[in-house]
Design a protein around this ligand. Structure first.
Ligand SMILES: [Zn+2]
Length: 292
């Protein structure tokens, strides 16, 4: 065999040879069964250095090779460490328009599983779009009309939602100067208003829900808000007038005036019970059981 070309340094790869010993080979008698020992053969193929030589800047794999690599990688999961490294290396890099188009093209028609969606949502939590990004999104939505089905879905999702004061102010500002005709306003009032919850707030309180009953509950609760424990004597209106504790219906049923369903709350705490109703019901039912 002709000596292989030496490319790297002076080291010639040596093939490990069996150690020569003076000891005679153990004499295995024919009657003795030799112990079968499977020895794993190590890969003795000497690796060519071709690979690293080819990996020069600007080098590109052929389509065939790319397919092979992709095939070999299929199903393999990257370690967290590796993923972090890749992410680090890509940081600040901007994708070319062509590359972006390619990604978009390959993602077309792809559906994202709920699990993945949740992961994405988790990763995006607390993240905010930049003003520029928001403008771009708004631009993209302009003129677009949601289908009736989508609108119904959105309406359902928004029903009963409490809008923050800040947000309400923003809506008010955006609507400033806009005037609806009387007819239009009539169309949107009461039952016809998109936020109509079935006339909840118009339900009359049960007959027994009078001053006497309210005072009875306040006394039972030692004249303290059962959420923040402020005493009634510490409660004032904006005009510094003495304020009484509100009486809250724990199950939100205004007909249910059983004392077990009533609890004293200061106004700020009472207003908190407007949302997450189920949670509050559970919470106050526990309080009543404890006190009762
Ligand atoms: Zn309170």
């Amino acid at each position: 065999m002709a000596p292989t070309k030496q490319r790297h340094g002076n080291k010639i790869p040596t093939i490990p040879q069996r150690r020569k010993t003076n000891q005679p080979r153990p004499n295995i008698r024919k009657t003795q069964k030799p112990i079968l020992q499977k020895t794993r053969r190590t890969n003795t193929k000497t690796r060519t250095r071709k690979g690293s030589e080819r990996m020069k800047k600007g080098f590109k794999h052929t389509e065939k090779t790319k397919r092979k690599i992709s095939e070999a990688k299929k199903g393999k999961k990257q370690t967290l460490e590796h993923k972090r490294k890749v992410s680090e290396a890509h940081k600040g890099k901007k994708l070319s328009e062509q590359h972006k188009r390619k990604i978009s093209e390959s993602n077309k028609g792809r559906t994202v599983s709920l699990k993945t969606k949740m992961k994405i949502s988790k990763g995006n939590k607390g993240r905010k779009h930049s003003l520029k990004s928001r403008r771009n999104m708004s631009k993209g939505q302009r003129g677009r009309k949601a289908t009736l089905e989508t609108r119904k879905k959105m309406s359902k999702a928004h029903k009963g939602r409490i809008i923050s004061l800040e947000w309400r102010k923003k809506i008010g500002q955006a609507n400033k100067g806009k005037k609806r005709s009387l007819e239009d306003r009539k169309k949107r009032s009461g039952k016809n208003h998109p936020a109509w919850l079935g006339g909840k707030s118009f339900k009359p309180y049960g007959l027994a829900f009078n001053k006497k009953l309210k005072e009875f509950i306040r006394k039972r609760d030692y004249y303290r808000c059962q959420e923040c424990f402020k005493h009634q004597s510490e409660l004032f209106t904006k005009k510094r007038k003495q304020k009484k504790l509100s009486i809250h219906h724990i199950d939100y049923d205004k007909q249910n005036n059983n004392p077990d369903n009533l609890i004293s709350l200061c106004q700020p705490c009472h207003s908190k019970t407007g949302f997450k109703r189920k949670d509050w019901t559970k919470h106050f039912q526990k309080v009543i059981i404890r006190e009762g």
